[in-house]
Design a protein around this ligand. Structure first.
Ligand SMILES: Nc1ncnc2c1ncn2[C@@H]1O[C@H](COP(=O)(O)OP(=O)(O)OP(=O)(O)O)[C@@H](O)[C@H]1O
Ligand SMILES: [Mg+2]
Length: 462
């Protein structure tokens, strides 16, 4: 069953139940209300007549009272003496009825106080009210006033009300039915849209955009689905990009290895050539190995699967030692490496291997992208809450539009040249991960032909 049908049936059923509950309570309440009203009215009339008769006890008063009762519709009014003989009445009453009144009165007057009964006389199934009131003379009962009131007109009014209420109920039901169908369709429409779109997403079509109006849960759901589709698209694109990059970066060294090993295999070469060609194979195999190791490390870092064994070290000393490892490369290019610090000893908590890996990448990048006779300055400063490490070169710099992508895997500003010089574009992605695993941050600022500054902030230990 459709959700809209379920909702509509649910609302419709509750409306029907509410109308039935209201109708039933109205029916019973009106019944008791009318009964009470009628009883009070009759008793009030009898009491009024009694007061008049007791004040002026004579046949003239009797007739006067009877005439007043003649104005009332559908009732019999009788004045009895103490022996239940009729003294006066407002209309001709059959012998049979008089018998019945007499029997009731004989029993009812036993306690000498007013009494009202609802009598089912069953004349047209309309209940009657019988009531009597004794009147006194010299503190003795002198007779009885009796009324037999037909409740037909009241029943009729009540029936009319009931019919009106039923018709109103039906109209309400009809309108609420139309509204319910309209609104349940409106409520479920976004859900149906969402369902169709998730089907498209499942089939791999991520270019979906759900327009969500309003601020309710459904609008939130639409937004979540849209952002989920966007993330899936990004994930798919980055996975494709990743695979393209990997296959490209593996294919280049593999092509060399294949070509040179084919030469070694098929041709008789002199030992000098064999040595040269084996060296190329070795270099390319090393490059492939590095790529695989880097990828593996990055994957572990991204998944948070590295165990960070931290150690308190003197950062100034440590950086000087790491710098020595790039010395031969920098010397070759005649690049100066200068380390300075705000204090002679600055203690930091690091994972030695990983932190060295991060620094080496930044230093190697600096050496690689700085012209001969350039300079790389490393400044270590102790700040209030952090330790700041700046690695600044006066090399070629990075264009501003490339800066947002610099931390992406496989990103290289100058693709052709860098890949030739050996960089795979994983270094900065790994560096960023390592610094973040230390609870720190790394930022870059760079100007083309002026130089690049990498700024690392590490939390200070006390
Ligand atoms: N100091 C720098 N000066 C100029 N360009 C730089 C500098 N450092 C990085 N880059 C640019 O950023 C790119 C990405 O650097 P990254 O260290 O991630 O990769 P890579 O050095 O090319 O390769 P890998 O580090 O994996 O060997 C580099 O290819 C280079 O274009
Ligand atoms: Mg690098």
């Amino acid at each position: 069953m459709k959700l809209s049908t379920k909702l509509a049936s649910l609302f419709f059923l509750s409306t029907v139940l509410i109308i039935i509950a209201m109708g039933t309570s109205f029916y019973f309440l009106s019944k008791s209300f009318y009964k009470d009203q009628l009883q009070k009215d009759i008793e009030y009339r009898l009491e009024a007549h009694r007061e008049v008769i007791e004040a002026h006890m004579n046949p003239e008063t009797f007739w006067h009272v009877v005439i007043m009762e003649q104005k009332e519709r559908e009732n019999s009014f009788i004045i009895y003496d103490t022996e239940f003989n009729v003294q006066a009445s407002n209309q001709q009453i059959s012998r049979d009825m008089l018998e019945r009144y007499r029997d009731w009165l004989m029993e009812a007057t036993e306690f000498k106080t007013r009494r009202t009964d609802f009598i089912e006389t069953m004349v047209h199934h309309i209940p009657h009210i019988w009531s009597f009131e004794p009147f006194m003379e010299d503190e003795e009962v002198a007779g009885y006033l009796f009324i037999d009131q037909d409740t037909g007109s009241f029943e009729e009014a009540r029936w009319k009300l009931f019919v009106i209420a039923t018709v109103m109920g039906m109209i309400t039901l009809l309108f609420s039915g139309i509204l319910i169908i309209f609104f349940s369709k409106k409520i479920t429409l976004p859900l149906t849209n969402a369902r169709n779109l998730t089907k498209r997403i499942a089939k791999g079509d991520f270019d979906v955009e759900l327009i969500s109006k309003g601020k309710d849960e459904l609008a939130d759901l639409m937004k979540d689905i849209t952002s989920m589709a966007r993330q899936l698209k990004e994930y798919r694109d980055s996975r494709q990009q990743f695979l393209t990059n990997i296959s490209h970066d593996l294919r280049t060294p593999l092509t060399y290895i294949k070509a040179y090993s084919a030469l070694l295999k098929d041709k008789e070469l002199d030992p000098e050539l064999i040595k040269d060609q084996s060296a190329v194979i070795y270099l390319e195999a090393t490059r492939m190995e590095r790529l695989v190791i880097d990828l593996f490390q990055l994957m572990k870092l991204e998944e948070g699967k590295v165990t960070m064994t931290m150690q308190g070290i003197d950062l100034v000393d440590f950086i000087r030692t790491v710098t020595k490892k790039v010395k031969s490369a920098s010397d070759k290019r005649k690049i100066d490496l200068l380390v300075s610090s705000s204090q002679s000893e600055i203690v930091a908590n690091v994972n030695i291997d990983l932190f060295e890996r991060a620094l080496l990448n930044l230093l190697n990048n600096g050496v690689r992208h700085t012209k001969p006779f350039g300079q790389i300055k490393i400044r270590i400063t102790k700040q209030l809450n952090d330790i700041k490490i700046e690695i600044e070169d006066n090399g070629e710099g990075i264009p501003e539009e490339a800066l947002p992508y610099i931390w992406d895997r496989f990103y290289r500003v100058d693709k052709s040249r860098s890949s030739m010089s050996g960089g795979s574009g994983l270094g900065l992605a790994i560096t960023k991960q390592i610094i973040e695993h230390h609870g720190g941050t790394i930022n870059i600022s760079s100007t083309v032909n002026v130089g690049t500054i990498f700024t690392i902030m590490l939390p200070r230990i006390y």
